[in-house]
Each structure stands twice: as structure tokens, then as C-alpha cells.
Design a protein around this ligand. Structure first.
Ligand SMILES: NC(=O)c1ccc[n+]([C@@H]2O[C@H](COP(=O)([O-])OP(=O)(O)OC[C@H]3O[C@@H](n4cnc5c(N)ncnc54)[C@H](O)[C@@H]3O)[C@@H](O)[C@H]2O)c1
Length: 426
């Protein structure tokens, strides 16, 4: 069996080749287990959530856990033992040992952002399917490589935008796509809250339980201090992009799903650096021009009805009305009348069985999951471009077909970064 054919593929392919399709059901019943064998990689705040979500699914068995921090690894193993006292999950400090195991079908990845593409791509190459956390990638090139390798190895990928599975986004999409508010020409997105500066900590020796070099991975070497590591890494540009990068995809998702913005022409971002060691934007506002659509991201809620009540939101302006929503609520205003639903609009979008179950179903059926890689890459790319515009302090013109800046060598340099040698991404 080659590394790119996993247990499930092997079972299916060898059964079909040897006995023909008619015998398949009985043979599948005879298999030792038809449960998906999953490993969780990255066991901090979100990784523990992954473990709990997947532990609750009847057709999943958690067979491995991995973290570069021994304390996190042990903590999650103990939590898993409470949920599944008989668990035989093995623990690892290096995810490559998990990728080497032929008996593992899929991984979940909830490491910091600078690892997402590396781990997912190597997992595709090892024949594993991936449920990976947002944002999809650290930079534009990473997303391109991920998509290419996903297709080459015929894998399944679901991004961890779990709000996608909720009823509210489904209903917003149905209402927008019904044409009730007419053609949408402007969208306003916002998320309140500043990225903290984190003071001016001094370098320290990493704790003996933490493999700091493996935590840094493809990112440039940097001395350790706790603020740079667990949870608050998201306020450093070497690993992520602050509050903006943390929340972009959760709320941009409903816009991309409802209207699929196309033909991005330009982006102009403004913002301010934090007042401490953290170098992500303290706040960021961005103006995007797409074909026949303007999209604005702000840190303060926009001056439109209902926005100041919501810490995060999307406001769609159409030529017949408006729709404002957040993760759980929505209001539609047409001809001065505001309602929370338009019952006459049929339920046209298939409801989700749950974001994690949807991934498991996709792994089994080999059909694209709801937050698949091709879709989420399109929605993530504008986030990367705004961070580049903010760092360069100017408007950037974009060729969406070639995925290149127009006549701007300096900006081009930000589409990918140099990686530490042993973490080349190919
Ligand atoms: N979908 C959501 O709503 C949501 C919510 C929170 C966080 N997230 C995402 O989840 C990811 C993790 O965020 P967090 O808040 O849990 O961070 P965290 O710092 O609490 O956890 C990250 C964990 O990954 C581990 N890690 C680092 N490098 C690793 C490697 N090479 N192999 C294995 N483990 C490694 C760390 O030791 C740590 O335990 C981020 O990308 C974040 O954007 C998503």
C-alpha cells in the first residue's frame, strides 16, 4: 500500500478489484470497523473543542492525539478518557508520526495559523483527509499549494467555520438568493475589539514540556516568551493577523456563500499597530472593489440600523432592501418594514447534519463538504490582501484571474514568505 492510499481507500479499492461491487456490503460489514479513525493535532483551546465534538460522533474513533506541548497533550488525553474510558488513543509530539500511520483516515488540525497549510498539505500527501481550523492559510501561496495538492491526492478538506452549519446562515443565503432585497451592490462587515499589545516581555527559556522549535515550525526563529505562544500568538504577524484574521472568515462566509463576490480589483486597508510587542494591527479597516460590488470591513460597527447592537455582523445593501445578520440573528428591511423572516421564501438550501458530521459524511461519500477547500480559499484570499495593504500602507490593484498584484513587485513579495528550511511547502 502506498502512503497516498489510506485504509479506507484501500478497503474500497481492493474489495472492488478482487470481488466486484456486488459483494461489497457484506465485506464492509465484515471489516473490523467502519468507523472513521481520526487523529487530533494541536490541542489548545480549539483542539480540545475538536476532540469533544468528534468524540460525540458515533461513527468516529479517536485513535491519536498530538501536541508539541506535553502538558496540553496529557490534558487532552485525560479529558478523552473521561468521555471514552476505554480509549486506546496514542499520543505524539510530532505530527509526522501520525501521518506515517496507515490505519488513520483523517486528521483535525487546530494548531496556530502558521502551521495550517504545512500540516494539511503533508496530510493530503500521506492520503489523509483533513478538518482544519481557520484561517485556511498563512499567506496566498499556501492556499494555492493546498488546493493543488488536495486535487492531486484526491482528498477531502473541511475548514472549521462551524457557524456555516447553523440554520441562520442557511436562511440568510436563501433570502439573499431569492432576490428579496434585489441585487446586492454593497456589503459592510465588521468585528469590534482591538488586538492587544501584550506589553514588552523579555525572552525566556521555553518550559521543558514545550518543543519551541516545533511550535515555530515554518515561521522565522524567534526567542520564546509566553505571550508569543499559546493563544496570544494570534497578535503576531509571523503567525497570524490579529482580530481581523481571527474573525474574517466567520462572517465573510455568509457573504461568499450568498453572493460569491467575483472579480476583485483592489483593496485599501487602514489601521494602527498595537502599542506593545505584538505587531498585528490593533484595528484594521479595509475597502474592497469587486465586479459590481463594494465590500467594506470596519472595526467599529457601520452607521446602519441594527449594527451597533452586534459585535460582529454583515449588512447587505440591495437595490430593493437591506439584510443585516450575525451568527444567530437577522433582520430584513424592505420599503421601511423590518422583519426577521419572509416565510414565503422556500427552504431551498439543504440543512447541515452538523459541521463535523458533514465532514465525516464527506470522507465516506467522497463528496465535497460544505466548507470545502476551493470555496474557502476564495473567501480567505481577500483577508490576506488587506493585511498586505495595511503593511504597505497603500491601495493595491489585483488581477483576480492571475492572482497577482498589478505592476507591484514589492506587494508580490508578500504573497508568500520564506520558510525555515526543513518546512518547504511543495
Ligand atoms: N473555529 C473557531 O471558532 C475557532 C475558535 C478558536 C480558534 N480557532 C482556530 O484554532 C487554531 C488554534 O487556536 P487556539 O486558540 O486553540 O490556539 P492555542 O494556542 O490555544 O492552541 C494551539 C495548540 O497547537 C499546538 N501546536 C503548535 N504547533 C504544533 C504542531 N506543530 N503540532 C502539534 N501541535 C502544535 C500548541 O502547543 C497548542 O496546544 C487557530 O488557527 C485559531 O484561529 C478557531
Amino acid at each position: 500500500m502506498t502512503a497516498s492510499i489510506n485504509r479506507r481507500d484501500f478497503l474500497r479499492k481492493s474489495t472492488l478489484a478482487t470481488f466486484g461491487a456486488t459483494l461489497l456490503p457484506s465485506l464492509l460489514r465484515a471489516a473490523p470497523s467502519d468507523r472513521l479513525r481520526i487523529a487530533h493535532i494541536g490541542l489548545g483551546g480549539m483542539g480540545n473543542q475538536h476532540m469533544k465534538w468528534f468524540a460525540a460522533l458515533p461513527d468516529v474513533e479517536i485513535v491519536a492525539l498530538c501536541d508539541v506541548d506535553q502538558d496540553h497533550l496529557n490534558g487532552t488525553l485525560q479529558a478523552l478518557k473521561v468521555l471514552h474510558p476505554g480509549t486506546r488513543a496514542k499520543t505524539y509530539g510530532d505530527f509526522r508520526h501520525i501521518l506515517d500511520r496507515q490505519d488513520i483516515d483523517a486528521i483535525t488540525c487546530a494548531t496556530p495559523d502558521h502551521w495550517h497549510a504545512q500540516i494539511a498539505t503533508m496530510a493530503f500527501q500521506a492520503g489523509k483527509d483533513v478538518y482544519g481550523e481557520k484561517p485556511l492559510s498563512y499567506d496566498v501561496r499556501e492556499g494555492q499549494v493546498m488546493l493543488k495538492q488536495l486535487k492531486k491526492h484526491n482528498r477531502i478538506f473541511q475548514l472549521g467555520t462551524q457557524i456555516h452549519a447553523g440554520d441562520n446562515y442557511h436562511r440568510v443565503v436563501e433570502i439573499i438568493q431569492s432576490g428579496a432585497i434585489g441585487k446586492v451592490h454593497t456589503v459592510r462587515l465588521w468585528k469590534t475589539g482591538f488586538s492587544p499589545g501584550l506589553g514588552h516581555p523579555q525572552p525566556q527559556t521555553p518550559p521543558p514540556t514545550l518543543n519551541w522549535d516545533m511550535w515555530l515550525g515554518p515561521a522565522p526563529y524567534a526567542d520564546y516568551f509566553p505571550e508569543r505562544c499559546h493563544h496570544t500568538y494570534r497578535y503576531f504577524l509571523d503567525y497570524s493577523g490579529g482580530v481581523f484574521a481571527d474573525f474574517w472568515c466567520h462572517i465573510a462566509d455568509v457573504v461568499w456563500w450568498a453572493i460569491r463576490p467575483e472579480g476583485l480589483k483592489s483593496v485599501l486597508a487602514r489601521g494602527e499597530k498595537t502599542d506593545g510587542v505584538a505587531d498585528a494591527p490593533k484595528w484594521l479597516d479595509a475597502d474592497y472593489e469587486f465586479d459590481n460590488l463594494k465590500v467594506f470591513w470596519t472595526t467599529d460597527p457601520p452607521d446602519v440600523p441594527g449594527a451597533s447592537d452586534r459585535g460582529i455582523g454583515a449588512y447587505f445593501e440591495g437595490d430593493k432592501g437591506t439584510l443585516i445578520c450575525d451568527y444567530q440573528t437577522r433582520s430584513i428591511t424592505i420599503n421601511g418594514e423590518t422583519v426577521s423572516d419572509i416565510p414565503g421564501i422556500p427552504q431551498a438550501v439543504l440543512r447541515s447534519p452538523g459541521h463535523q458530521q458533514n465532514f465525516v459524511d464527506a470522507v465516506k461519500s467522497r463528496k465535497e463538504p460544505e466548507s470545502n477547500l476551493e470555496y474557502v480559499r476564495g473567501m480567505t484570499l481577500p483577508m490576506h490582501l488587506a493585511l498586505i495593504s495595511w503593511q504597505l500602507g497603500r491601495k493595491l490593484d489585483w488581477n483576480p484571474k492571475k492572482e497577482k498584484f498589478i505592476r507591484d513587485k514589492e506587494a508580490k513579495g508578500y504573497l508568500s514568505r520564506e520558510r525555515r528550511k526543513k518546512w518547504d511547502l511543495v
